[in-house]
Ligand binder design. Structure first.
Ligand code: HEM
Length: 416
């Protein structure tokens, strides 16, 4: 038996990661982990590559010196499968998540200061007000889609205010960045172009009249500190922050709320002991995270991963939620069990290595405040539909609900 067959018993009929797989991804990944830590996989558009599902191998892959963001070795098959490559004029161009060092280091450093735990903590009062305003806008009792009413507008407002995106553009940004993440969406490319166009206009506006926001600071880095940031990098960085900064959190909030509604004992516990919330957020990130898979890496040379030879030019992705579940299994725990008191819920939800999520402190803060406010202000909350009828968004990378219909009664609550 070749090493590849030993590690990947289903090598011949590779795993199709979209469609039916999405509906029950955690159980599907558990099946794959039992077979081996890395598998042949088929992505959108017939693109093929490898998916790493085991925890230790995930960490190895995310720091592997020959698994890079440079698409050149894989360009032919990516283009054939209809993927938008990072090239000026189209895609989510020129940002840190598509860059290798030293460009990655430079681009990350330019915005890192805005996302430190200390700077992020200063946003807490504003995030609390946004959460209360959204709940106040709901009728005192009734049925609503929690994604549209609460989970989406909260992170969108936070990242839009940070960047300085005027109110009138926020709905467009939300729609476009949702489609920008869904390679399979017919609106994928036009959304990227739309986002890019609007950001270019905004950059001009901030240049004429700078304000106290991140976009104005980036424009200054471009204009004043010569060579630090090109115009494409400026627009690309802003696009990345918009897309990475909200879709991820919207979906985490939905997955976490669904998990609580399906585990009433855990919901009761959190309502009774809100100080468990920060630990519970780590458990939600471990239990059912929103970034199901990492962005793609491309093999710059032939490499050996988990005993499998992966040829130069291969696409490699890491199933982050699966890797977190693998870590639980290694500790002898059942990964599917939700336990908001789990000590040290170790997970890979924010990735690993140089691309580790820049917004992790903000995501944690938003999730803690959003879920805490929801639980304290909405004493009665239940699913308004059968869990089987809930649909998952058709994105390869993301795991999140299309909608979350709930029946609720909210209190007036104490505003901060
Ligand atoms: C629950 C919410 C979030 C999750 C689960 C999450 C997850 C991730 C993951 C897994 C990566 C690495 C992807 C890879 O290596 O392929 C990443 C990168 C990144 N995230 Fe987040 N994220 C979240 C929220 C945010 C927020 C609120 C921001 C704020 C702007 C943000 C900004 C970024 C940026 C800029 C990167 C690229 C970092 C780099 O390339 O060095 N994320 N995120």
């Amino acid at each position: 038996m070749s090493p590849q067959q030993q590690q990947c018993p289903i090598a011949h009929d590779q795993v199709a990661l979209n469609g039916a797989f999405k509906a029950n991804a955690p159980a599907q990944y558990a099946r794959l982990r039992a077979l081996g830590p890395v598998h042949r996989a088929e992505f959108h558009g017939g693109l093929t590559g490898w998916v790493v599902v085991g925890h230790d191998l995930a960490r190895e892959a995310l720091t592997h010196p020959a698994l890079l963001k440079d698409t050149a070795p894989a360009a032919e098959q990516l283009t054939a499968a209809g993927y938008t490559l990072s090239q000026p004029g189209v895609g989510l161009v020129d940002h840190m998540l598509d860059a290798d060092p030293p460009r990655h280091t430079r681009l990350r450093r330019l915005v890192a200061g805005a996302f430190t735990p200390r700077r992020t903590a200063q946003l807490a009062p504003r995030i609390e007000r946004i959460a209360h305003d959204l709940l106040d806008a709901l009728p005192p009792t009734g049925e609503t889609d929690l994604v549209e009413a609460f989970n989406a507008p909260l992170p969108v407002t936070v990242i839009a205010e940070l960047l300085g995106i005027p109110q009138e553009h926020r709905e467009d940004f939300r729609t476009w960045s949702t489609h920008a993440l869904q390679v399979a969406s017919p609106d994928h490319r036009s959304s990227l172009v739309g986002l890019r166009g609007l950001l270019r206009d905004l950059v001009q506006a901030k240049r004429r009249a700078p304000e106290d926001d991140l976009l104005s600071a980036l424009v200054q880095a471009h204009d004043q500190e010569d060579g630090q940031l090109s115009e494409d990098e400026l627009v690309g960085t802003s696009m990345l922050l918009i897309v990475a900064g909200h879709e991820t959190t919207v979906n985490l909030l939905g997955n976490a709320t669904l998990a609580l509604l399906q585990h009433p004992g855990q919901l009761r516990l959190l309502r009774e002991q809100p100080d468990l919330l920060p630990g519970a957020v780590e458990e939600f990130l471990r239990h059912d995270t929103s970034v199901e898979r990492s962005t793609n890496r491309y093999a710059a040379e032939d490499i050996e991963l988990g005993g499998v030879t992966i040829p130069r030019g291969s696409v490699v992705t890491v199933a982050l939620g699966s890797a977190s579940h693998g870590a639980s299994e290694a500790r002898g725990e059942d990964p599917m069990v939700l336990d908001v008191t789990r000590p040290n819920a170790r997970h890979l939800a924010f990735g690993h290595g140089i691309h580790y999520c820049l917004g992790a402190p903000l995501a944690r803060l938003e999730a803690t405040i959003a879920l805490g406010t929801l639980l304290s202000r909405v004493p009665e909350l239940e699913l308004a539909v059968s869990p089987d009828s809930l649909a998952w968004i058709p994105s390869g990378m993301m795991r999140g609900l299309v909608s979350l219909p709930v029946r609720y009664t909210r209190s007036r609550g104490e505003r901060p």
